[in-house]
Write a protein that binds this ligand. Structure first.
Ligand SMILES: C[S@@+](CC[C@H](N)C(=O)[O-])C[C@H]1O[C@@H](n2cnc3c(N)ncnc32)[C@H](O)[C@@H]1O
Length: 254
């Protein structure tokens, strides 16, 4: 039976890849490459492959086109469903055409495949269409959350505490969640941390984690928010893209 490996490759540092992921890369007959993202991210993926593929091992690269997503549609849910259907169709075709009956394909996933990534869901959609049969194997990766905590040298939770992982959009809409003391925020294009005006909240921020352009800032959010906004804007201007994540930590009463 065909195998499809979903391989977590870490969040930017080519050294932050597991031995299991390296083995998986070297088992793949085809590595599927999804046509999206900044050119530099594609280059980083190439670097990871170059570094970890055994000499002489050259898996085919199966290009997978990304269907257009209608972000202006009034019916957001219907537009997302349509986009997902389009992706399942394209991926199904790629798996049918590129993988022989007992072939092994690999999808390289940024960070860890379980965190804000749709690769597993799209593959489940392909299986649900019923035309292609394959086994999915997920290989975990170092997520940007763990790259962030490691670089700041901090523990994610407090003793017996709860941690929430959320998006910038939700933070901006709902404020600091009442049910958590530590909140990791990802996918924040709008600097939602600027909406937090509580002097007892600290921020641990990181951009381009694991890459030579890495940026780290930490401190009380009300004191460092403006600095993060300007450092982030300047980096984005310079590079044309930015990827950042942060932890918001509420000081606990003594
Ligand atoms: C689509 S999600 C994918 C997350 C990924 N699966 C992971 O495990 O980190 C993309 C978001 O992850 C975060 N991210 C991923 N890589 C990062 C990096 N190298 N530095 C900072 N943030 C990163 C950012 O919040 C970005 O908006």
């Amino acid at each position: 039976v065909k195998r499809v490996l979903v391989i977590g490759i870490g969040a930017g540092d080519p050294d932050q890849i597991t031995v299991q992921a390296v083995r998986a890369l070297n088992q793949a007959d085809v590595l599927f490459s999804i046509d999206r993202g900044a050119g530099e991210l594609v280059a980083l993926r190439h670097e990871i492959c170059e570094r970890h593929l055994e000499p002489g091992r050259r898996p085919r690269i199966g290009e997978v086109a990304e269907p257009r997503r209608d972000r202006s549609a009034e019916d957001y849910v219907a537009a997302v469903q349509e986009w997902r259907r389009g992706r399942a169709e394209v991926w199904e075709r790629a798996i049918a055409e590129e993988l022989g009956d007992a072939g092994t394909g690999g999808f390289l996933v940024w960070g860890d495949p379980s965190l804000y990534d749709s690769t597993i869901a799209v593959l489940e959609d392909v299986l649900a269409r019923g035309r292609e049969v394959f086994a999915i194997e997920v290989i975990p990766g170092v997520s940007s959350v763990h790259a962030l905590t490691a670089r700041h040298g901090i523990v994610l939770n407090r003793v017996a505490g709860a941690v929430q992982i959320t998006t910038g959009r939700r933070l901006a809409r709902d404020g600091f969640p009442a049910e958590a003391d530590d909140v990791v925020v990802m996918l924040d294009g709008q600097c939602a941390f600027t909406t937090i005006d509580d002097p007892d909240v600290e921020i641990f921020w990181g951009a381009y984690l694991g890459t030579p352009d890495e940026l780290l800032i930490s401190g009380p959010v009300t004191e460092v928010a403006a600095e993060i906004v300007s450092v982030r804007a300047a980096a984005r201007e310079r590079k044309g893209w930015v990827m950042d994540a942060y932890l918001l930590r509420r000081r606990l009463a003594e």
